[in-house]
Design a protein around this ligand. Sequence first.
Ligand SMILES: Cc1cc2nc3c(=O)[nH]c(=O)nc-3n(C[C@H](O)[C@H](O)[C@H](O)COP(=O)(O)OP(=O)(O)OC[C@H]3O[C@@H](n4cnc5c(N)ncnc54)[C@H](O)[C@@H]3O)c2cc1C
Length: 471
Amino acid sequence: MGANVAGRHQVVVVGGGFAGLNVTRALDGADVDVTLVDRANHHLFQPLLYQVATGILPPGLIAPALRGVVKRERNARVLLADVQDLDLDRRTVGARAPDGRLLELPYDTLVVAAGATHSYFGKDQFAEYAPGMKTIEDARYLRDAILAKFEMAEIATDPVERAEWLTFVVVGAGPTGVELAGQIAELAHTVLPRVYRSADTRQARIILLEGASAVLPPFAPKLQAYTKKRLEEMGIEVRLNTLAVDMDHQSITVKGPDGLETIRTGSRIWAAGVQASPLARMLAAKAGVETDRAGRIPVGPDCTVPGHPEVFAIGDMVSLGKLPGVAQPAIQEGKYVGRVIRDRLAGRQTPPFKYFDKGTMATIGYRSAVADAFGVKVTGFPAYVMWIFIHVLYLVGWGNRFGTLYTWARALWLTHNRGNLLISFQTAQRELAEGHTPVRPPTILPRSTRPPTPDAEEAIPGAPREVGGTA
Ligand SMILES: Cc1cc2nc3c(=O)[nH]c(=O)nc-3n(C[C@H](O)[C@H](O)[C@H](O)COP(=O)(O)OP(=O)(O)OC[C@H]3O[C@@H](n4cnc5c(N)ncnc54)[C@H](O)[C@@H]3O)c2cc1C
């Protein structure tokens, strides 16, 4: 295995997500220099993004700074830059720094782990009306968007208009859609009723659309049936075999078993599809291989790009066997590639990558989840406990683990205190920018409000009493 003119073997890792971070960590102390380049300065724990979007967790707890995460790895450095070119002949990575300057990073070994992005299945115009959730900015934007609708519902006096502000449509009932819909329902039906005076947020409609015939399509039928029943008990309208066919800033048109229907709504959220990072397509074109329908590049059993043993591609952007685009393959591939690089330096052979399936799980809402792990299918509270354990375990850093447990205790278990329901006039104004909402006549707010809201226990039996937060 060769070395760069600088002397030490240079490893460039593109992407500090689950895959890229695990390669970097696996190379701690190895006789290589690692440059980890990412266009975000943090490692994002995407499975908990929906909790940022619904005001449960602050962003920092699920997105520790990469520099801090690798601070003890003396052979690793972190660069904030957007990778735009991969030159496999010259063995360089071209990236753009935040001030626009171009960076050229020479490598002996390249690891590309740039993840995935949203897919609107060819209807890219939907992106303007139905934001998705992949980055911390997306989650913060969604939180602003959701909170702005509740604020508008409080101001609106026309019941029809108020109902539109209080209608939330989530497109896609995979784990992300289910978790998001569940938390919006909890927010509307349990957390907010006692802090809004005019709008009765318990009237909020949360509609979950799914094109397939069941929610959580990859899960076992028993878990799908449980999830659907639980969502409906939470007051969520689950519509199966239903596709989003059109949308604008005030509505969404769906096609289901009963034909076409246009639903008036201020909020559409996209949780339906993903496609590989554009870097997968670039890499495939340079290596002369075809990507699959999701834009993923095929890699060999050692995670290398065909014809380029010095280039690895891992995580969500690759197709390897039939592995799903979830965290475990990315983590395990990252660790494996670190091992291959070490073995090569030591002149050893590494056996092909072998995936260890640890199962899948999703939360539904209040103390309820489904899990399929080690051949056992679990529902309800036991699954919820498993979900907590796994998610806390995989968060990076003890501070974030304890911080998350403490925040969950306040927000979900002991009280309904969500401390991150923050929005300002400017943010709401941006979200509701001209053109997004029809121009309306002045609203004269009546002096009185609706009668005091009964306790939230009505919505969820057994729920504790305290509510609030720094809304
Ligand atoms: C909302 C949501 C919920 C999820 N829930 C679960 C779950 O419950 N369980 C589960 O197992 N999986 C879940 N997943 C999937 C899981 O998060 C991914 O499979 C995993 O993150 C893939 O890891 P990765 O390293 O391949 O990509 P990522 O974690 O996406 O990391 C890619 C990194 O590359 C960087 N990058 C991309 N392009 C460039 C560029 N041009 N230049 C520089 N840097 C770049 C990005 O900034 C990012 O840091 C969820 C995903 C989402 C979006």
